[in-house]
Design a protein around this ligand. Structure first.
Ligand code: GDP
Ligand code: GDP
Length: 436
């Protein structure tokens, strides 16, 4: 499990510049393969061997010039609730502004690690200007220049030093599937969970000052044993009313990272929207299994909208990862809830499956031989051998004489074939071509 670090601050202080410097290059490469970058505000970073997740809170309100105080304030409050550490970025060019003072006031009450980053300190003179930020009452600050990276090393040294130690995840011999139910507010997540677990009402715990680590509870229902990873969004007594992308992402990250399969609930009356897409993408990016439940299907006039049309519309939004089960359910009339659970278990099994190397070669090599990668610059790519890697999520490597000549369309072809032969429904997979 990762610590979550939130970057907060006013617009234009340099948050996204700094964020882009933090996230791993690997992220960018993964995105290049799938051909989409859906969310530039969430990524993984690593420093001194410690991995953590980073969220750039500002990324979600970019573009609006009249960002009012209330919005930033709510974002900071949510970051305080959900993150393990906060990097508060200010701008040495602007000096201390009223809004900075507001944010600092919120942060001063918090016991979580807060790091004050005075940005745009590009030269020695600005180093001296930075002293005025002591006025924020947050103690020591770090002077950085997100643009060229100066000072960020010291900041990160301190960050990984103060990040809380997370409980060691002990891998059990026969671990139970960990499911999490995610989705926008009012999609029906709590109703689903309550319907699923019956009498044992979802326990609401809200103890101030305790860590908000995802908590999982073991259930045994309809012959299935599984763990439900509780998201803060469901657990919280006062449910969030705000229906913004930022809130969904912030509230889902930890549970998604901690689970094996994400059950993404959408509201049939609203369709698959931007927020649903960000949550889907978070799960995909973390290589988690995914099941989509279109809830409140009881409210849809069936002669105006068929499940087939509806499903097709959703699949278009999922591109390029479309091999995902989509079920139409109603938690109200308890329709297809058992099926939903069965499907989540199936996706879990799909994600865990290991294909024996000899069988995999027997299956894949004839397909590749019949339809080899197109020749490039008069050179032919030969694929001699392939295998599934012993990784926690399905990854496959194909050994070739000229792997650099294998382009994305061919990778997609191989992935599609693989998905036709084996059941990887709901499971993101990785395919690599390597030099033999
Ligand atoms: P955000 O709105 O807080 O995410 O800010 P951005 O990262 O978009 O940056 C706002 C502006 O500040 C951009 O024009 C950046 O090029 C500039 N900027 C960011 N970091 C630095 C820095 O270290 N030095 C200087 N001089 N400018 C910077
Ligand atoms: P959450 O915020 O995602 O946990 O959503 P809730 O479970 O609190 O549900 C939000 C609202 O939608 C409540 O008023 C539920 O009664 C209603 N609701 C949930 N599932 C269904 C459903 O299948 N059909 C209908 N008609 N309403 C539902």
């Amino acid at each position: 499990m990762n610590n979550i670090v939130a970057i907060v601050g006013r617009p234009n202080v340099g948050k996204s510049t700094f964020f882009n410097r933090l996230i791993k290059r690997r992220d960018a490469i993964v995105d290049a393969v799938s051909g989409v970058t859906r969310d530039r505000n969430y990524g993984k970073s690593e420093w001194n061997g410690k991995e953590f997740s980073v969220i750039d809170t500002g990324g979600y309100i970019k573009g609006s010039d009249d960002v009012f105080e209330g919005e930033i304030r709510r974002q900071v409050e949510l970051a305080i609730d959900e993150a393990d550490a906060i990097i508060f970025v200010v701008d040495v060019e602007d000096g201390v502004t009223a809004m900075d003072a507001e944010v600092a006031k919120l942060l001063r009450k918090v016991t979580k690690p807060i790091l004050l980053a005075v940005n745009k300190v590009d030269n020695g003179a600005r180093e001296k200007d930075a002293v005025e930020f002591y006025a924020l009452g947050l103690g020591e600050y770090f002077t950085i220049a997100g643009m060229n990276g100066s000072g960020t090393g010291e900041l990160l040294d301190e960050l990984v030093r103060v990040l809380p130690e997370l409980p060691e995840v002990v891998e059990e011999e026969n671990p139970l599937p960990r499911f999490t139910v995610v989705g926008r507010p009012n999609a029906g997540k709590s109703s689903f969970i309550n319907a699923l677990i019956g009498e044992e009402r979802f326990v609401v715990t809200d103890i101030a000052g305790t860590t908000r680590d995802a908590i999982d509870t073991t259930y045994n229902r309809f012959g299935f044993e599984f763990k439900l990873v509780d998201t803060a969004g469901i657990r919280r007594k006062a449910k969030v009313k705000e229906d913004l992308e930022f809130y969904s992402v912030m509230r889902s990250v930890r549970a998604i990272e901690h689970s094996d399969v994400c059950i993404l609930m959408i509201d049939a009356t609203r369709g698959f929207e931007g927020q649903d897409q960000s949550i889907f993408w978070l799960a995909e990016k973390n290589r988690k299994g995914i099941v989509i439940l279109v809830n409140k299907w009881d409210l849809i006039e069936k002669d105006t909208m068929s499940t087939r049309d509806y499903e097709r519309k959703i699949r278009e939004e999922l591109q390029p990862f479309t091999d995902v089960p989509i079920l139409f359910v109603s938690t109200l009339s308890k329709q297809r809830l058992l099926k939903a659970l069965e499907t989540a278990v199936e996706v879990y099994e799909n994600r865990k499956q290991r294909i024996a190397t000899s069988k995999f070669n027997d299956m894949m090599l004839p397909i590749i031989e019949a339809m080899p990668p197109p020749a490039l610059k008069g050179k032919y790519v030969k694929i001699k051998y392939c295998m599934q890697l012993p990784t926690p999520t399905p990854q496959f490597v194909f050994f070739a004489n000229l792997p650099q000549y294998v382009k994305d369309p061919y990778k997609r072809f191989v992935e599609n074939k693989l998905r036709e032969i084996y059941n990887f429904s709901g499971v993101p997979i990785d395919i690599y071509f390597r030099q033999k």
